[in-house]
Write a protein that binds this ligand. Structure first.
Ligand code: IVH
Length: 670
């Protein structure tokens, strides 16, 4: 063993990466996990004592770095294309004929065939053997730079194996999660009461896009290489040669890579891999057939977004039969109620499935899905397991029909149906399933515009029990001490949040109505409601007919709005908002071209035919303004019964005084 720290660190790095490679890539470990950990700990200690020995390719760098707020984007110099698809042998033969035509006279055509992994495409750029940039495919032209996250993936070499490195090599491939790792991880989440991932692909996608790479480091991601992008200082003739090279420098490549010149070779490969599909440790959704020679690939060219020299031959979705043991309703973050089938657990392509989404009520009705039914379920690529059909022959007659509950299973509020949507929603301001989403909307720029109230912050407040409904936001300043204990919240950002909350109390009424998040009520509807009712109190008291009478609001929306304000929880939350200082200002609508535009009124004394606020509304409708004290600028004082000192003042200043009937005449009401 070397006693020179620099040399020892180098030795440890090489040993660790070598064992990592044996374990993850070759699946042939030579030392125990405990021995690996000992080496790892020794290197960590050495690096802590001598920070200058910490290199970017050290295995200790796989634990993740400090979180970022956003991923930078990068343009792919060579676009990351997608693949044309086929599903039958006939379609594959058509592809073959096309290729033969395109490449006539270029020599014999050899295909490289490999499985099509069901994960996420990424690209890794190595400069002089060191990983420099890792990015997602994105839309194929621009991706997100997620280098820190990709560095945590054990099968991504931080440094290429060997000694002679090309100046640049861009390695492309798929990030996946093995089914067994997925199951283990989901089981742990189940035990900790956390939301489950629908399938390995979703989990891989979610893990790769974590802003905190320390979270990614805890996810069992893998990388399998299947191609290259930009290269400098090295060249290859074709796909096979490239794969051989990539394997030699430390990448996991497909163990099923094969070549074939003839279509029947490809067909038997398809059958073979399809039969192995269930026993593979990861999900695949087909095979990819590529013309091997790069010279011929270039000759065939590309067709908008996919190459003419390759095709994906997709497998059919995997289906299994099982029994629906129960149907429960789940409330999503936006309040949508989704029926979910609880299944007798069944293996579907290596993953145990115990739940399937039934999407919505109509879907359940259309497929006539009942509790107790024997059904065919399917897991297809990136979709959540779904029920394909009911095997009605298996019915015993004891199956139970499903009906959507009338009350939200999370909070007990009456549910609603919204115009133009199949979904049924819970619109309660109090529903625990939706609170984070509701608060995010409440604080958003076009609503209450509370700066510094990001989704993560809200999640944290909800999780720690500081917020149960939107009104609790305004109580946050009183919990300052407790909140500052949370390590994610700094003093300065909290003070900024306090200021933003204080400022938001003055927002105009249409914004507040929009901020409440009434189903179907966007900014325009919020404005129409304000125009019509001018105050929150009047809106809350409005009948369904009155709301329906507004031009631009239909009967279903009117019903939704009316129901919202009949919910005692919602009323309680609005009252709390008022109590905590949200002003709910009455809207003075400005009619710039009304007969009373520019005229100022003061109302004094009681009117017979209407209340003062109704009179005010009538004046405002015609463009006039109502103020509370009489001055030179006042155009009219309307005097009802028992007028006060305002009448005296009007007389003193020579302002026109109207009695009730004159006033009505002016308004055109008589
Ligand atoms: S080659 C120009 N090989 O399929 C061809 N792609 O539809 C570039 N994929 O986004 C891709 N396994 O994520 C290739 N063995 C494989 C693949 C594979 C999975 C994915 C890849 C790409 C998508 C294209």
């Amino acid at each position: 063993m070397n006693t020179n720290p620099k040399k020892r660190a180098q030795e440890l790095r090489e040993q660790l990466e070598h064992h990592n490679y044996l374990y993850y890539v070759l699946d042939k470990p030579e030392i125990s996990d405990a021995d690996y950990d000992d080496l790892f700990d020794e290197l960590s200690r050495l690096e802590a004592e001598h920070p200058e020995l910490r290199t970017p390719d050290s295995p200790t760098q796989r634990v993740g770095a400090a979180p970022v707020t956003k991923f930078p984007t990068c343009k792919h110099i060579i676009p990351m294309l997608s693949l044309g698809k086929c599903t039958t042998s006939e379609e594959f033969r058509e592809f073959n004929t096309r290729v033969k035509g395109l490449l006539a006279g270029t020599g014999k055509i050899e295909y490289s065939i490999e499985p099509k992994y069901d994960g996420l495409a990424v690209t890794l750029i190595y400069k002089n053997g060191l990983l420099e940039i890792g990015a997602t495919r994105g839309d194929g032209f621009t991706g997100e730079v997620v280098t820190e996250n990709l560095k945590t993936v054990r099968t991504v070499p931080l440094k290429l194996r060997g000694h002679d490195f090309p100046k640049t090599i861009e390695v492309r491939g798929e990030v996946i999660i093995y089914n067994a790792d997925f199951e283990k991880f989901n089981k742990q989440r189940l035990d900790s009461n956390l939301e489950l991932f629908a399938n390995p692909r979703n989990m891989a996608a979610g893990s790769l896009r974590q802003l905190d790479s320390r979270i990614t480091a805890g996810r069992p991601l893998r990388f399998i290489a299947y191609g290259i992008g930009v290269i400098e200082g090295i060249s290859f003739d074709g796909h096979h040669e490239t794969m051989k090279y990539l394997k030699s420098v430390g990448f996991q490549v497909s163990e099923f890579l094969k070549s074939s010149e003839a279509t029947d070779g490809v067909e038997s490969y398809y059958e073979d891999i399809l039969s192995k599909r269930d026993s593979l440790p990861y999900d695949i959704d087909g095979i990819v057939i590529k013309v091997d020679s790069y010279r011929q690939q270039a000759a065939a060219g590309i067709l908008s977004r996919s190459p003419r020299w390759a095709i994906a031959w997709k497998f059919p979705a995997i289906q299994r039969t099982t029994i629906i043991e129960d149907i429960k309703v789940q409330v999503g973050r936006t309040g949508i109620l989704t029926p979910v089938a609880y299944l007798k657990p069944v293996e579907v392509g290596g993953v145990t499935v115990s739940r399937a989404t039934l999407h919505n009520e109509q879907e359940v009705e259309r497929k006539d899905i009942r509790v107790g039914d024997t059904v065919i379920i399917q897991r297809a690529g990136d979709v959540i397991p779904a029920v394909v059909k009911v095997i009605t022959e298996k019915r015993s007659g004891h199956e139970k029909k499903f009906t959507m509950p009338l009350k939200c299973p999370e909070c007990g509020s009456p549910v609603q149906r919204v115009e133009g949507e199949v979904a049924v929603r819970c619109s309660s301001l109090y529903c625990p399933a939706q609170i984070t989403e509701k608060i995010t909307h409440f604080g958003s720029r076009s609503a209450m515009d509370i700066e510094g109230l990001g989704y993560r912050t809200i999640e944290l407040f909800v999780e720690k029990g500081f917020i149960k409904d939107i009104s609790d936001l305004y109580l946050l300043p009183s919990k300052r001490e407790e909140i500052l204990q949370i390590d994610r919240m700094g003093e300065k950002s909290f003070t900024n949040l306090e200021t933003a909350l204080e400022n938001s109390k003055k927002r105009e009424l249409p914004r507040i109505i929009y901020a409440l998040g009434i189903p179907g009520v966007g900014e325009t509807t919020a404005y129409l409601l304000t125009e019509q009712f001018t105050s929150i109190e009047r809106l809350m008291k409005a009948s369904e007919e009155e709301i329906n009478d507004i031009k631009g609001i239909g009967p279903i929306l009117a019903h939704s709005i009316h129901t919202f304000f009949r919910d005692e929880y919602n009323v309680a939350v609005i009252n709390k908002l008022k109590k905590y200082g949200v002003e709910f200002p009455v809207m003075i609508s400005e009619n710039k071209h009304g007969p009373l535009t520019g005229k100022t009124f003061v109302l004094t004394g009681a009117l017979d035919s209407c209340s003062r606020s109704e009179a005010q509304k009538e004046i405002e409708k015609l463009g006039g303004k109502v103020t509370s004290s009489v001055s030179q600028k006042t155009d009219y004082v309307v005097a009802g019964a028992d007028p006060g000192s305002k009448l005296d003042k009007a007389n003193k200043l020579g302002v026109t005084v109207l009695d009730e009937s004159e006033f009505k005449k002016l308004l055109g009401l008589k």
